[in-house]
Design a protein around this ligand. Sequence first.
Ligand code: ADP
Ligand code: MG
Length: 731
Amino acid sequence: MESLRFKAINDLTTPGNGLDVEGPTKITGIFGENVFTLKTAREFLSDEAYKSLNASIKGAKKIDRAMANQIAAGLRQWAETKGVTHYTHWFQPLTGTTAEKHDSFFTLKGDGTALEIFDGDALIQQEPDASSFPSGGIRATFEARGYTAWDPSSPAFIMEIGQGKTLCIPTIFVSYTGETLDYKAPLLKSLEALNKAAVEVCHYFDKNVTKVNATLGWEQEYFVIDEAFFNARPDLVLGGRTVFGHSPAKGQQLEDHYFGAIPDRIYAFMRDFEQESYKLGIPLRTRHNEVAPAQFECAPIFEEVSVAVDHNTLLMDVMDRVARRHKLRALLHEKPFAGINGSGKHNNWSMATDTGINLLAPGKTPKTNLMFLTFFVNTIKAVFDYSDLMRASIASAGNDFRLGANEAPPAIISVFIGQYLYKVLNDVKERVGGKFDEQDEAILKLDLHRSIPELLLDNTDRNRTSPFAFTGNKFEFRAVGSTANCANPMTTLNSIMAETLKKFKKDVDTLIEKGEKKEIAIMHVIREYIVASEKVLFEGDGYSEEWHQEAEKRGLPNVRTTPKALDAMVTDKAKHLFESNSVLTHVELEARHEIELEKYIKKVQIEARVMGELATSHILPAAIKYQNELITNIKGLKEIGLKDDSYANQKQILTKVSEHVNKMAELVEKMIEARKKANVISNTREKAIAYCDTIKEAYFDQIRYHADKLELLVGDEYWLLPKYREMLFLR
Ligand code: ADP
Ligand code: MG
């Protein structure tokens, strides 16, 4: 029988492989057509219901039952004009994907009448079977069920890819005892905390500000490969990452992919998923090749954080569905292929006021520049004070393969600000001091104003190696992994910013109470924060060995692996931060910590199992067949009377194959033993560390070494797993 690998290669050359995509349609013609926007709501709701919905979107008012019934009816009416028969509560559980449970509008009344109904109760609350979602022990100790609750701040939408069309109601997911069990709820709370703290600080400069919202523009990196190759790689199917595979002779060294044209088949896929995204209101704007072969990126126009988070999780879902339609697979894993770049998801983050000011954009006047400087320096201080939490917020089994590897930021959290702002901070540090008076303050402000606008022209001052970089009018958190739900790092960033701004306000007010003029007080506290946090600033090459040494001298944490990075979630500092800002309670933090650890254990466990299975059932049989071929050949040559040296080469290969097969098998056995030991550890943190140290770190690379050597030695026709060169270059 032809192996899946060769069938995949053969099928690629059959005509009709690609899917043509109509278009390009005018984007504005389809943008948001599957979203229940306020404009649509206007059309389908009574004045009263519309007002109520609008007020609750702004967070002002709860929707009562009667109103919910009206809104639900309007939603159903709208959905039915689009051929929708089912609805679902859509939410973002801590498993990292999205969840939905479909119900139909269809019901039978007691007397047997068939009706299509969607009422307020169904809109507001649902009870999915929570027992299959992670709760980190909350359910065991408290209550066995949870419910989803409508989040009116995020608009309902219709998902129409694949079979049928479904009305999706964005919800949060909560346990019956009130603990949040999803990513969305704490995110919304962190946004509220940030809003409160930031508005107060804004009032030093501008009394008209009544709301501050955080903004997020993510950049999603991903790989695309042919579906048949994907199906022939059990490691990709089960874990999203290739656990074996020798680097191809050609990798990314020519850097020809980055600048090359997007391949036709991929281009059709991109246009298709973009169109689906536009219908869902996702404002995608850029698409391009990335550095590694078969790697690509897309990015939208930035939006308010909560909407941007929804859109990113939706996009990942849409990409997956559309890829299948094209007989392709989108790989979102942080490191699907060893030896070439992995994928990240840069989170561009800033804060915007309801008066239209980007708080991280240098201002047009000396006064607005002081406001910029305030928020800029507070961000740096926040990241310095809570760098351990920033690290924890991006920790995952997948990201561990990327962070600290060649192409990704290191596990050390530092901040890059560029030479101009570096100089600005230095000026403040040197000039604000003892007898600093109003005149000094005025002159300094003018000087700063003169130097800051230059940075707008400074596009070259980019540092790709920094995990957290200022890029002109926003910070870019680059250490986020490609599969991550952005809500997690965003919740942390918003919360630490809220906390720091609260402290800043207190510090400034204290000086004002002592009789200091407001702007001088602000300058003093800014200076104090610069001095306190300058250790976190780093402008050099974040990938270099020198930085690791330097960072250690500075006392910056460098936690390489997830189980230990997660410790930061449950320190007293973290508990105080999240609880005092009403983002997460101690119980919720403990639960989330446990869930992240469990997720880590399961991911490593799955990979370890896949490795063992592939070694035994794919690699070993191929090696044995090839050995037999060699043996027959050697025997034959001997039989017809040729001398030893005529089959010396074959003998040598035979010996090498035997050695690698034996070593590989031996290591697999040992790894299984290590797993047995780890499995009986009852403390989740210790178990995760055991999985990390005694399984992943101890065996993965070693086993892979022998498997990859065998890939080079064994005759190509015997090899069952699609090779890197095939997956990465054939389409
Ligand atoms: P690049 O980083 O590749 O130079 P851009 O600077 O244009 O590209 O922006 C990258 C991402 O940053 C985009 O997703 C964009 O929407 C986002 N972005 C731009 N301004 C902001 C902002 N004020 N807040 C959040 N994200 C932003
Ligand atoms: Mg960028």
